[in-house]
Design a protein around this ligand. Structure first.
Ligand code: ADP
Ligand code: MG
Length: 321
């Protein structure tokens, strides 16, 4: 951005945004940041871009947007079992709006603080509202939870509950009237869409337990599909096991299950666990649910309510068209 005053304004909002870290030898203010990676670790890097009108609605609050912009990157670090360390922020703004900047930076700072991730640089330009965040985390190379490690006989788990964010989205797009849900139920779902919780702690705890992992941004079927493809295995899901939130349990079952299977934006983790760790999963991972098993089938199948095995793709049912 050209004008010096606008530039100092940005610096005012972002330079002191997050707490310093010892491994940041030089942060915002020079041509590059200088960063120290701990010995024996590698850096896990991921970037995500959110564009107004495509990835978020123009009416979303700036605090919420600040949260979500960072949450999606933290979720990628979580899915690798990495520990968050630094991030950079490329901000494209249609105008300098101090209220917006205040809100956005607050939402961003709050989540950054929770995960001790530090803003070390960025870029600021003028144009249609677009937020791009690159996150950096540490992991030992041999510990990284990749998509490619699932093996025949592993169990498939997910964290949290599925379908909440998708339900909020369908409601917002007016493709679904919400059935019998109350205004407060809808609000709960909206929170899940707008302020997802990246599962960073669980991701790290899974390092010695999971054989593969992915975060669910595009929906369980699509994202588990990536594990299957990279690991060259198949899977069977037990639809009766899909974890639904209290709110989604009130929704007509077939709608709730379709959302849990196919809608994205929940940012839960999906991961696989070999048999020697089944016991510890049952004991210590109360917020994770076993939903199926890795098989040598060609692709993804599920058991329906009558215990029939059905191939998932091509079932073609869509309650939102
Ligand atoms: P350069 O022209 O050398 O790329 P800039 O003028 O773009 O430098 O940025 C100056 C400093 O401010 C750099 O350290 C850059 O990382 C930082 N910076 C610019 N925009 C942002 C932003 N949106 N968030 C955080 N740091 C930023
Ligand atoms: Mg620059």
């Amino acid at each position: 951005m050209s004008a010096q005053s606008e530039f100092s304004l940005i610096q005012h909002y972002f330079e002191q945004l997050t707490s310093p870290r010892d491994d940041v030898l030089l942060g915002i203010g020079d041509d590059c940041a200088l960063l120290q990676c701990p010995a024996d670790h590698v850096i896990a890097v991921s970037i995500d871009t959110l564009v107004e009108g495509i990835h978020f609605f123009a009416d979303v609050s700036p605090e919420t947007l600040g949260h979500k912009s960072l949450a999606v990157g933290l979720s990628d670090l979580a899915a690798m079992g990495a520990t968050p360390a630094w991030f950079t922020l490329a901000l494209t703004l249609p105008e300098i709006n101090t209220d917006w900047l205040q809100g956005f930076s607050q939402g961003l700072a709050k989540l950054a603080q929770q995960h001790n991730i530090h803003l070390v640089g960025g870029d600021t330009t003028r144009g249609p509202l677009t937020i791009s965040i690159q996150v950096h985390g540490f992991v030992k190379a041999e510990n990284a939870l990749k998509r490619s490690g699932a093996k025949l006989g592993d169990m498939i788990y997910v964290t949290g509950t599925l379908g909440d964010a998708g339900a909020a989205l369908q409601h917002k797009l007016e493709r679904w009237n919400g059935g019998k849900l109350s205004a407060s139920d809808i609000h709960t779902l909206q929170q899940r869409l707008e302020q997802p919780t990246p599962r960073v702690t669980i991701g790290k705890e899974l390092i010695d337990i999971a054989s593969s992992a992915i975060d669910i941004s595009d929906g369980l079927v699509a994202d588990l599909g990536h594990i299957l493809e990279k690991s060259q295995v198949g899977a069977r899901l037990d639809l009766s096991k899909l974890p639904l939130s209290t709110v989604m349990s009130k929704v007509e079952t077939k709608i709730a299950k379709q959302l849990a299977l196919q809608s994205g934006d929940d940012y839960e983790l999906c991961f696989t666990v070999p048999s020697q760790h089944f016991a510890i999963m049952e004991q210590d991972f109360k917020h994770c649910t076993r939903i199926g098993m890795i098989t040598d089938d060609d692709g993804l199948y599920f058991l329906n309510d009558s215990d029939e095995l059905i191939e998932l793709k091509g079932t073609g049912y869509d309650h939102f068209k």
